[in-house]
Design a protein around this ligand. Structure first.
Ligand SMILES: *Cc1c(COP(=O)(O)O)cnc(C)c1O
Length: 494
């Protein structure tokens, strides 16, 4: 029956090309099609053209007559073009930056936007962005004001610092501080602290971009105070300590305390700086987590400057915060680079609202999503996992009963697993978490992962062994329903 398909002749092809409807014809046909109403005319035109061009190429290409007969059947061809145009146009107007569901359990996930903002921050962004503001207007004098004023006092209050400034991000903060304090001088750093953070930020590189000369001291695992002292020359401008936030050296190790180094700096008249990376304003050890360095401790140890990130453990918007001695921060404020790295007004509004919550620690832990997810107890994750499992099972059973099948082919179970904090904080730490595991039987786990990732909204979980894992620690409550509906579609679609 199915003999070899005949090749189309040149004449067939030309006939088919002539039969193709024109752009104007398609435009006329969709004139009353509501699905196109929201799409800009320019996009529709481009889409029709590219779809028609694709079909022309198909006809001219080496395809068989049968395929063509199928697309070219009268009436069908026009409908096909319209549907394809709609698909192409929708694809074109779709946002590229999309919200997604983070079911990986990694709380501070750099690839997924790091910290989620708290409600107060969102409200303030809206308030500030829909209105003119006193961003750089001093309401008391009526003269030009300084944009950092909105957060400076608050940061000082929360960290005990004399002075503060916030910039675009922590990498910018480090660059700016190094450039201001130590351009053209030697900066002494322990070999154990020459770290790389997220590929593009390496301490030696940022050092040379700041115009500083790196002087490495000590060894990878051990550095002593005398190493810093012996490295001093006439051109030494700064001692820099870097929090090795994303890795940990264990065993025979030694490093110098910031307070010891500050003491030495004071004696030798050399400035001291610390890049804390993920510095925190609350003591995580009171929540059963390992202690991460508190910004206030670094300030109290007498360093001239301390920098940290606004969207790591702080749980605010992307920003870099520099705190320290007034004299030093004043110099930083006067550096022309500050203008290039300045914080935007929306970020400033979000940062102010987030920082204000820290005046009441209990409230901060409740309302700042990063803190809430990190301090979530195992018992809480059990409750969340059970609720999610129930929802998913209901969705899958609903489908199978409609299809009158008895076997769902899917196992949805609970398992005690571990979440990771991420974001270069708490290296090694694993948070015990009850997760929902899915064992699909009609497709591979990799296929399931891919389908969920390509869903709308995308759902990103993790694969462990032969199971797909949904980690409730980073799943927001109202997302259970979307997950179960999507799973229903994805798993039972044959
Ligand atoms: C994360 C980190 C940075 C970079 O901070 P961003 O806010 O991502 O720019 C710099 N130094 C350390 C030690 C870090 O952990």
């Amino acid at each position: 029956m199915t003999g070899r398909p005949k090749k189309m002749t040149q004449t067939d092809k030309h006939q088919q090309l002539r039969d193709l409807p024109g752009v104007d014809h398609i435009l006329e046909s969709i004139k009353n099609d509501e699905r196109f109403f929201e799409i800009p005319r320019k996009v529709i035109l481009e889409s029709i053209r590219s779809i028609l061009e694709g079909i022309r190429q198909d006809i001219l290409g080496d395809n068989t007559a049968d395929t063509h007969k199928n697309i070219m059947k009268k009436g069908i061809i026009e409908k096909t073009i319209i549907e394809k145009t709609l698909g192409a146009a929708r694809e074109k107007i779709k946002n590229r930056l999309l919200p997604l569901i983070n079911a990986t359990g990694v709380v501070l996930h750099t690839n997924m936007g790091r910290a989620l903002l708290c409600e107060n921050a969102l409200e303030n962004i809206q308030t500030i962005s829909q209105s003119y503001s006193n961003l750089e207007l001093n309401l008391t004098t009526g003269k030009r004001g300084i944009r950092y004023t909105a957060v400076e006092e608050l940061i000082c209050e929360l960290t005990g610092a004399e002075s503060a400034i916030a910039v675009n991000n922590n990498a910018g903060a480090v660059l700016l501080a190094l450039n201001t304090l130590a351009k053209d001088t030697q900066v002494v750093v322990s070999r154990g602290e020459l770290v790389e953070i997220g590929g593009s930020f390496r301490v030696p590189d940022i050092m040379s971009k700041s115009g500083c000369h790196l002087k490495e001291v000590g060894t990878t695992n051990r550095t002593h105070l005398r190493d810093y002292e012996q490295a001093i020359t006439d051109n030494t401008g700064l001692f820099l300590k870097v929090h090795t936030s994303n890795y940990k050296i264990e065993g025979f190790t030694a490093s110098v305390d910031l307070s010891e180094l500050s003491e030495l700096g004071k004696r030798k008249n050399i400035q001291v700086m610390e890049d804390l990376g993920s510095g925190t304003l609350i003591d995580f050890s009171t929540y059963g987590l390992p202690a991460e360095p508190l910004v206030s401790d670094s300030v109290a140890s007498g360093a001239d400057v301390v920098t940290f990130s606004g969207d790591k453990l702080l749980g605010g918007p992307q920003s870099g915060i520099i705190v320290g001695k007034k004299e030093t921060i004043d110099k930083i404020k006067a550096n022309p680079l500050t203008r290039a790295l300045r914080i935007d007004k929306l970020t400033l509004g979000a940062l102010e609202a987030t920082l204000k919550l820290y005046r009441d620690e209990k409230r901060a832990v409740r309302e700042i999503p990063t803190l809430r997810m990190l301090t979530m107890s195992y018992e809480q994750t059990c409750k969340k996992a059970a609720a999610l499992q129930k929802r998913i099972k209901e969705a899958l059973n609903r489908q199978t009963s409609e299809m009158q099948t008895t076997d769902t082919n899917v196992r949805v179970e609970l398992a005690e697993l571990e979440s990771r904090p991420g974001g270069g904080s708490f290296p090694e730490l694993r948070l015990p978490t009850q997760c929902v595991t899915i064992h699909p039987e009609n497709m591979s786990v990799a296929q399931l992962e891919r389908r969920l990732r390509l869903s709308s909204p995308p759902i990103i979980g993790r694969i462990e062994g032969n199971r797909y894992i949904l980690d409730p620690r980073t799943i927001q409550t109202e997302q259970d329903e979307i997950i179960s509906i999507t799973l229903e579609k994805v798993l039972l679609k044959t």
